[in-house]
Each structure stands twice: as structure tokens, then as C-alpha cells.
Design a protein around this ligand. Structure first.
Ligand code: MG
Length: 311
């Protein structure tokens, strides 16, 4: 039996309603890929659907009433959409070729020259390229051991969040977390057990934050969190609950038959406590973390000096 074809969603945005039918005819003749077609005719509806990220690929008409597809594509890219997009156009043009590429399109396709083989092949190449780019992004942005964001990606997000927060006068909080006596864990139980502890804490941290928040492995046994629309006090309370959860869930290293109790120290600073840059905010949170360590560990210290024990 041949492998069952993969069904995926394809989005068509075109103000000419006949295009939907024409595209259905082309899709029906595909040999390997099979797509469910969704069609919208307006700019606004198209942007909303494309930005949802729910499509394997999008075909986007160049002339969309008063507006054009490239504008729509630029808006979608700014909103973080990375769906492969083809610009559909009535005529071949070098100018459009460049503009489409600049706007972030995979390619442009001339409507009159479309045939099933060309379209299917173009889409297959775009999907393959998309997968490869996603793998590269994963490698560039994630920490290999914990799969959390790495420090470089975290710093990028932190700076972005700092700008957004300053522009809209909205608070956000930076939390620095450090595993207590980590070196001792490594020395006593070996690095493999140490790695287990890092993964354990990482999965607890990422499992307990909201999807809008960001968690990174900042270095060694240090983690960092950006919690948006949250002030220092609320973030500290969140971290306190997380610490209590960790106290109930020690790290179990199955193949060594080991249970390792883990405690944390945390430093918390929010964007409205006087820092004038993202770098200064990091310094404030770092200083608070240092105070938590120095004060005896297993506690949270906030930038205003409040000490909150986990127990
Ligand atoms: Mg049109």
C-alpha cells in the first residue's frame, strides 16, 4: 500500500473569486502532496488568517483591491508569521521579483503560467526550505541540553520587551534563578545527574509559566525568565509557588536510583523600578540574586530588598 498522503492546509488570498476554483483544479492534479484549500478575498481577513500560522503555505495575490499583497506580507512578517508565501501575479516582472523577495516571499508565480507540476514542485521546495530553516532556528536559539531559549536569543527578546514596555508604559519582570549548591550535586553524583537536575528544573520552569512568558538557560545552572505585564511582587509570588512545587517534586535520576532534593535562589526586578536600560535591569536582578545567595539561599530577593523565603 502506498503511504497515505499528508493533508495540509493551503491559504489562498485573492480578490478575484474565480481563482479559488482554478486553484482547486490545479490541486486536484497534484501527485504527491494533498492540500485542503481555504480561500479569503479581502486584505484584512487574509492578514488575520495568515498571521494565525495555521497554514503550510500561502498563495497571495499581488493586486488586492486598493492594496497589495506585498504590504500584507510585510505586516504578517512583522507579526512573527513564518509561513512560506508565494506572490501570485498576472505578469512577469523583474521589479516585482525583487520586491517580493524583499517582502519575504519564497517566490512569485505568474498566474497564466501555472500548471499542476510547477505549482506542486514549487510548494514542495518551499516546505522543505521551511523545515530546514526551522531546524536552523532551533539550533541557533535553543540550549541543547534543556531545549530552553539560549542566552543570545533571550537577550534579543529581553531588549525587544524592554522597548515594548517603554513604548506602552507596561511593566514586565525579569527573574534570574540559580540552582543552589549545583557544584556539589555534580561533585557528589556526577555530571550526568547534574544534567538531569538542569533538565528537571528547566521543564518545571517552562511548564509553569504562561505561554507569553519566556524562559532561558542563561548560563551554567542559571535560568532567566521574562514575565510580561507582571510586576516584581506578582512575579515573586509566582516564583515562590514554583519553588514550593519543586520542593514536592525532587529530581529523580532513574538509572542511578537517586532522588535529589533541589532548591533555588532567585533575584527579581521589574521594568518600573528605576532601570534605564535592559542591561541595567539585568544588573538589578543579578544583584538581587546575589543577595539571595549571600543571605543563605533557598529564597527570593526582589530589587527593592524584600526577602521571600520559599518555605
Ligand atoms: Mg487581484
Amino acid at each position: 500500500m502506498p503511504p497515505s498522503p499528508k493533508l495540509r492546509k493551503l491559504l489562498l488570498i485573492d480578490d478575484d473569486e474565480r481563482q479559488e476554483h482554478l486553484l482547486q483544479l490545479l490541486l486536484a492534479k497534484f501527485r504527491r502532496e494533498h492540500f485542503d484549500l481555504e480561500y479569503v478575498s479581502s486584505y484584512e481577513a487574509g492578514l488575520k488568517k495568515l498571521a494565525s500560522g495555521n497554514y503550510a503555505v500561502c498563495l497571495l495575490d499581488y493586486h488586492l483591491g486598493e492594496r497589495n499583497g506585498l504590504e500584507l506580507l510585510r505586516e504578517a512578517r512583522i507579526a512573527g508569521c513564518d509561513t512560506p508565501v508565494f506572490i501570485l501575479t498576472a505578469e512577469d516582472s523583474d521589479e516585482l521579483d525583487n520586491a517580493a523577495m524583499e517582502a519575504g516571499a519564497v517566490d512569485y508565480l505568474v498566474k497564466s503560467a501555472l500548471n499542476p507540476r510547477l505549482l506542486e514542485r514549487s510548494i514542495r521546495y518551499a516546505l522543505k526550505l521551511g523545515d530546514t530553516l526551522a531546524q536552523l532556528r532551533q539550533l541557533a536559539q535553543r540550549d541543547e541540553l534543556t531545549k530552553l531559549l539560549n542566552r543570545r536569543e533571550f537577550s534579543r527578546i529581553l531588549n525587544e520587551e524592554w522597548d515594548r514596555s517603554a513604548r506602552f508604559q507596561r511593566p514586565f519582570t525579569l527573574v534570574m534563578v540559580d540552582i543552589d549548591f549545583f557544584k556539589k550535586i555534580n561533585d557528589t553524583h556526577g555530571h550526568q545527574a547534574g544534567d538531569e537536575v538542569l533538565r528537571h528544573v528547566a521543564s518545571l520552569l517552562s511548564g509553569q509559566v504562561r505561554t507569553v512568558d519566556r524562559v532561558a538557560r542563561y548560563g551554567g545552572e542559571e535560568f532567566a525568565l521574562v514575565m510580561i505585564e507582571t510586576d516584581c511582587r506578582n512575579a515573586a509570588e509566582h516564583i515562590r509557588r514554583l519553588g514550593l512545587l519543586l520542593a514536592d517534586l525532587p529530581c529523580i535520576v532513574a538509572d542511578k536510583d537517586l532522588t535529589i532534593e533541589v532548591t533555588l535562589s532567585a533575584g527579581v526586578a521589574d521594568s518600573q523600578q528605576g532601570a534605564t536600560s535592559a542591561t541595567e535591569l539585568v544588573e538589578m536582578a543579578d544583584k538581587a540574586l546575589y543577595a539571595a545567595k549571600k543571605g543563605g539561599r533557598n529564597r527570593i530577593v526582589t530589587a527593592d530588598g524584600t526577602v521571600i523565603p520559599f518555605k
